[in-house]
Design a protein around this ligand. Structure first.
Ligand code: MG
Length: 386
């Protein structure tokens, strides 16, 4: 009986130079920085989401902030009263004097899509023209401004991180035309009172990169430089009332996981979490091996145990696979030439596995029956090139 190996069997042919089709082990094994082998089929699959019908439309896992029909996701930032901005032609328009608004829901690291347009009737100049702002976590301002032929200080123009960093390029459309921000945002990470990783933001304006993983220096303010400050892990998104009737539409947000951050290791990984994950996977794969063995498939069970051994060094498992591999060599030795030839793919596969286990130090060379199987395979002509 054939059992599922750790790598997709369809890919086996690609690895012919290194391993044979019957091998269970494939890409480089888990190590102290990686819970999974390269191309590991035990690795959990990403969740499935349906993308929007067109670019810019929300995927199925997004939280909708503006759908053109209601302002229900928003409230006054001043007192939590209902959002007093207005719906106009399927968009939300700033109502001067009503103050900034915030989402009812709080968010941390996120992907954000939001579309905006400055008034088609141009009034004012510099910072007084179509000014608003998208405040990630209510704290970090991505400026919204009519910057089409409107000069202002660069660290306050559209696409800037206000008071910190100008956009890489000015890709503003004309007043009255819809524009889009696509944002990837990560908040700073702290250990106690020490910031171990700064917050960052990447922004595309109208599909053009305007902020390339900018590392926040502080929190947004006006005229002053600031330092990072600790805040809650989740906070509402806010939009600014700067007195101009700027509009917003088609806004959606997706929370994104931290990239397993432990900035201090330099590996962006948590060693303890990796050890725990490897241990859990080893236990799961050992369980699968026992089931296969109980079903009478010695070869499949042995190869599953090989696999289990790559996740966690376990002396008992190691001794067991050495003994099982020894018995396997004896079994092959007892076969006649025709039967050996018929099992060529399987034998060279096991040889590939033993090679792997020795190469990566999972089983010491002295203990692996690899040499015996290799000698036998050579004697039986299994290693000859076609
Ligand atoms: Mg602003």
């Amino acid at each position: 009986m054939k059992t599922a190996a750790r790598f997709p069997l369809a890919l086996a042919a690609c690895s012919a130079a290194a391993l044979s089709a019957g091998a269970a082990l494939y890409g480089d094994p888990p190590d102290e920085r990686h819970a999974w082998a390269v191309h590991d089929m035990n690795r959990p699959r990403p969740a499935v989401a349906t993308p929007g019908a067109a670019l810019g439309q929300p995927p199925s896992d997004a939280v909708i902030l503006l759908d053109g029909k209601s302002l229900d996701a928003w409230e006054s930032d001043k007192d939590g009263s209902p959002c007093a901005w207005k719906l106009v032609d399927g968009a939300m328009e700033v109502v001067k004097g009503k103050g900034q608004i915030r989402t009812k829901q709080s968010f941390g690291d996120c992907q954000l899509h939001i579309e905006w347009r400055t008034p088609d009737v141009v009034e004012g100049s510099s910072q007084g023209r179509g000014n608003s702002g998208v405040f990630l976590m209510g704290t970090y301002e991505l400026q919204v401004l009519d910057c089409f032929e409107n000069d202002t200080y660069p660290d306050g123009q559209a696409g800037s991180i206000y008071a910190e960093n100008p956009p890489l390029v000015n890709v503003c459309r004309k007043p009255g035309e819809w524009q889009a921000y696509d944002v990837v945002f990560h908040q700073p990470r702290w250990e106690g009172d020490t910031m171990v990783r700064p917050g960052s933001i990447t922004v595309f304006q109208n599909g053009v990169l305007v902020q390339d993983h900018w590392l926040f220096e502080g929190t947004s303010t006006h005229r002053k430089r600031t330092l990072p400050r600790k805040h809650e892990a989740k906070l509402p998104l806010k939009l600014q009332d700067h007195g101009n009737p700027t509009r917003f539409r088609n806004a959606w947000i997706r929370e994104i996981p931290d990239y397993e951050g432990d900035f201090t290791t330099g590996a962006y990984r948590k060693p303890a979490a990796i050890v725990a994950q490897r241990k859990a996977t080893a236990a799961k794969v050992r369980g699968e091996a026992e089931k296969i063995l109980a079903g009478g498939d010695k070869l499949g069970g042995m190869q599953k145990l090989f696999e289990a051994a790559t996740y966690e060094a376990d002396a008992a498992v190691q001794a067991r696979i050495v003994s099982m591999a020894g018995a396997y060599v004896d079994e092959i030795r007892a076969l006649d030439a025709a039967k050996t030839e018929a099992r060529k793919g399987e034998i060279t596969g096991v040889l590939g596995d033993l090679d792997y286990l020795v190469k990566f130090g999972i089983v010491p060379a002295a203990e692996a029956p690899k040499g015996a199987l290799q000698k036998l395979a050579a004697e039986r002509g299994l290693l000859k090139k076609k």
